[in-house]
Design a protein around this ligand. Structure first.
Ligand SMILES: [Zn+2]
Length: 427
C-alpha cells in the first residue's frame, strides 16, 4: 500500500454517522465531529514505577455531538469500576475548590431554609469536603461516593457516606430505607456518568415533592469559545449545556428553574431543578442563559466545528515553545497532574525529553507517572529546590491560586506559562 493509499485508508470521512451506539442522553445520531484527539490512555490512569515496563491500554478520544439534543460526548471505553475504583482525586487538595464548597453551603442553606429537620444528599461526595459544612450546622447529610478509598476518608471525618454508584437502583434502595432529600447536590458528576439517564432517574426518585437538586458542570459554551479541548478526556463523558440538560431532565419529570454562572473549571453552570409540579418560579437568569446559548449557536452544528483547529494551534505553539526552551537551555518543569494535563501532553506528543517532571500537592499522585507521556510526578518541594526557568501550569483554571503558591520562584525570574486556550505567560 502506498503512503497516499494508507492515509486515505485511515482517514475517517468527516461527520460520518457513528456506527457505535447513539447519543447517551436521547439515543440520537452522533452526526457532528467536534474534536478527534487520537488514541490515548485514560487520563486518570496514573502509573506506578513498576508499571513502566508494561504496555498501557489506549482508547480513541473523539468528541462528537448529537444532532438531536446537541449533547457533546465521548464514547464509553471502560466500566465505571475501572474509572472510579481507586480514584486518585481528593477534592481537599485544592484551596480554591474548598472555598467554592464553603460558599455554596453558605448560599444554599438560607435560600432553601435548611434545618436539622432537613436532609441533604450529595452524589459523588468525594472526601466530604462539601458535606462537612452542612454537618457543622447540624443539618443531616448523606454522601454517596463510589471510590471506596475516598469514601473512607469522608467517614473518618464523621460524614455519613455510602460507597455506592448512584443511579435508579441505589436511589430506590435508599428510598425504601426512608431516605428523601430536600437538597441533592451533584457537583461535577453529571458529566462523568456513563448512563446519564439512569443517574437523572435516580435524582428524581430521591427528591422530595418540594426538594431541589443542584448540578454543576463545565459549560460546553465556554469550552467551545475558549478552545478548552484539554477538558476532553475519557472519564469526562458528556460536555453539557443548559439546552441539553433541560431536555434530559424533562424526560425524567424534572425542570430547571434557575441558573448561576460560575468561574470554576474555566466557566461552569449551576442549575437548580425541581419536580415539574413543585412551586419554584422560573428566574430571569434562566431565560437570559437560554438566550445566551441560542446566541452562541448551541443547537447548530457550526458552533462545534472550530474546536479541532484550536487544538492544533495549541499543539503547534506549545511544541515550538518547549523546543525553544530546550534549545536555549532553559530548564522547564510542570505544575499539577490533572486529567486535562494528560489530554494536552498526550495530544501534543510531549514526554520527559521536553518536560522532565511535574509536581502535584496530592501525595497520592507523587512518585507516580503521568499516563501516556510517562512524565514523573514529584512533590512541589522539588520546584523550590531546583528553581527551573519555566513552569508550565497544567490546571490553567487554577493559575492564580498556583501563581500565588509560586511567588518565591517568580520573584527570582521563573516564568509561569499556560498552554490553553493559547500559550501565555502568567503575569
Ligand atoms: Zn442526544
Amino acid at each position: 500500500m502506498s503512503l497516499a493509499q494508507a492515509i486515505h485508508f485511515h482517514a475517517a470521512p468527516e461527520d460520518s454517522p457513528s456506527e457505535e451506539a447513539g447519543c447517551r442522553a436521547c439515543g440520537g445520531n452522533l452526526s457532528i465531529s467536534a474534536c478527534d484527539l487520537g488514541a490515548m490512555p485514560l487520563a486518570n490512569a496514573y502509573l506506578d514505577a513498576d508499571m513502566l515496563e508494561h504496555m498501557e491500554p489506549t482508547y480513541p478520544l473523539h468528541a462528537k455531538v448529537c444532532g438531536d439534543c446537541f449533547l457533546m460526548q465521548v464514547g464509553t471505553s471502560q466500566t465505571p469500576d475501572e474509572i472510579f475504583g481507586d480514584y486518585a482525586y481528593f477534592s481537599s487538595y485544592s484551596e480554591g475548590w474548598l472555598k467554592h464548597a464553603e460558599g455554596y453551603c453558605g448560599m444554599i442553606v438560607p435560600r432553601l431554609g435548611l434545618t436539622a429537620e432537613s436532609q441533604v444528599v450529595e452524589v459523588a461526595s468525594n472526601d466530604g469536603y462539601l458535606l462537612q459544612h452542612f454537618v457543622a450546622q447540624g443539618i443531616p447529610a448523606l454522601g454517596i461516593e463510589p471510590a471506596a478509598n475516598v469514601a473512607q476518608v469522608a467517614r473518618s471525618r464523621g460524614i455519613r457516606t455510602e460507597s455506592l454508584f448512584f443511579g435508579q437502583a441505589t436511589a430506590n434502595d435508599l428510598h425504601r430505607r426512608g431516605m428523601a432529600a430536600d437538597l441533592i447536590v451533584a457537583n461535577n458528576v453529571l458529566a462523568h456518568v456513563p448512563d446519564i439517564n439512569d443517574f437523572v432517574a435516580g435524582l428524581a426518585i430521591l427528591l422530595k415533592a418540594q426538594g431541589v437538586v443542584t448540578v454543576e458542570f463545565p459549560h460546553v459554551l465556554h469550552l467551545l469559545a475558549e478552545g478548552q479541548f484539554d477538558t476532553i478526556y475519557h472519564e469526562h463523558f458528556s460536555y453539557l449545556s443548559l439546552y441539553s440538560v433541560e431536555r434530559l431532565f424533562r424526560a425524567h419529570g424534572l425542570r430547571v428553574f434557575d441558573v448561576d454562572s460560575l468561574t470554576t473549571h474555566g466557566g461552569s453552570l449551576r442549575l437548580y431543578a425541581c419536580r415539574e409540579t413543585a412551586a419554584f418560579q422560573e428566574t430571569q437568569a434562566l431565560q437570559a442563559k437560554r438566550q445566551q446559548e441560542r446566541d452562541g449557536g448551541i443547537a447548530r452544528p457550526e458552533a462545534y466545528r472550530n474546536l479541532q483547529a484550536k487544538a492544533l494551534q495549541v499543539k503547534l505553539d506549545l511544541l515550538e515553545f518547549l523546543i525553544d526552551c530546550h534549545e536555549s537551555g532553559r530548564r522547564v518543569a510542570g505544575y499539577g497532574a490533572p486529567a486535562k494535563g494528560n489530554t494536552l501532553l498526550n495530544y501534543c506528543g510531549i514526554g520527559p525529553e521536553l518536560l522532565p517532571y511535574t509536581v502535584d500537592r496530592n501525595p497520592h499522585k507523587q512518585g507516580r507517572f503521568l499516563p501516556g507521556s510517562r512524565i514523573s510526578i514529584a512533590s512541589p518541594d522539588r520546584l523550590f529546590a531546583e528553581r527551573p526557568e519555566v513552569v508550565l501550569i497544567l490546571p490553567w483554571n487554577l493559575r492564580e491560586e498556583i501563581a500565588g503558591q509560586l511567588k518565591t520562584l517568580t520573584q527570582t525570574g521563573t516564568l509561569l506559562a499556560t498552554a490553553v486556550p493559547r500559550l501565555e505567560i502568567v503575569e
